[in-house]
Design a protein. Structure first.
Length: 271
């Protein structure tokens, strides 16, 4: 059996969560990340027959039965993950009943996965139906994105349009736009279902007055989506309330879309 500490998926999780903390996106124990793993990735590092304990998932995730995930722990600080991954992360397998998770590694102090696991698993199910290579679900609290939800209308068309106007890369990086949910109680199945429903259209879902969810095939893709929204939101917040002498107009957004051969939300432009 290989040393778990050398597993590429563990190294990746340690590095991405450390970077998210450095960005200021994951204060205290804010935020959570899950990555879908193939059995072939896990088997060289863990005895798949050695279930440390079972933990209720809080809802029926039967479509994911037998699937493996590495998931951040509840109440765990991202700043501690890199130095102590075995306490702050866990590798789980969804049980055959869909309502329990079998812990194979981690949560060494008796902890458990993030309270947002139902939202993650619902999002995984929604995105896998669209793209079977979508493995990452990332949730965090980027400062300017959060601030923007305090002062900007929360309808998806205007929110997306404002971000697209801020800098050229926004429409290029997320031509499918940004989903937006009103404030809801976090850690519930209701917000999980609402997020998963939005994920049928979007790879990014903003939780008003809370944070953002992003998905992708890789950590870099999910991180990059959130990073670009946050840059757009930062530009918006730095210029809000001031006269805009210059902006990217809708016809120019169309030019960008043609230049990069984008499939984008044409209904989000006013042409």
């Amino acid at each position: 059996m290989k040393d778990m500490m050398t597993a590429p998926f563990l190294t990746e999780m340690r590095e991405i969560t450390a970077n998210m903390y450095r960005q200021g996106w994951d204060e205290r124990n804010g935020g959570n990340v899950s990555r879908l793993l193939d059995e072939e990735e896990v088997a060289p590092y863990l005895d798949l027959n050695n279930v440390l304990r079972t933990i209720p998932t809080g809802f029926d995730a039967k479509p994911l039965a037998g699937r493996y995930f590495i998931v951040t722990g509840t109440g765990k600080y991202f700043k501690n993950i890199k130095d102590d991954p075995e306490t702050n992360l866990g590798v789980i397998r969804i049980g055959a009943d869909g309502e329990t998770a079998e812990l194979l590694w981690g949560y060494r102090d008796g902890g458990r996965f993030t309270s947002e696991l139902p939202a993650h698993l619902m999002t995984h199910m929604a995105r896998l139906a669209i793209d079977p290579e979508h493995r990452i679900v990332m949730h965090c609290h980027p400062t300017y994105t959060l601030a923007m939800t305090h002062v900007h209308p929360l309808d998806e068309k205007s929110f997306t349009h404002t971000l697209w106007e801020t800098c050229s890369e926004c429409i290029v990086v997320f031509p499918d736009g940004v989903g937006v949910l009103p404030w809801m109680v976090c850690g519930t199945n209701d917000i999980g279902r609402a997020t998963a429903e939005k994920m049928k259209e979007f790879r990014l879902v903003v939780w008003a007055l809370h944070g953002i969810y992003g998905v992708g095939r890789t950590m870099d893709e999910a991180f990059g989506l959130i990073e670009t929204v946050e840059k757009g939101a930062q530009v918006y917040m730095l210029t809000a309330g001031r006269p805009h002498l210059n902006t990217i107009h809708d016809d120019e957004l169309v030019e960008l879309a043609k230049r990069f051969d984008l499939t984008y939300r044409k209904d989000y432009l006013d042409l």
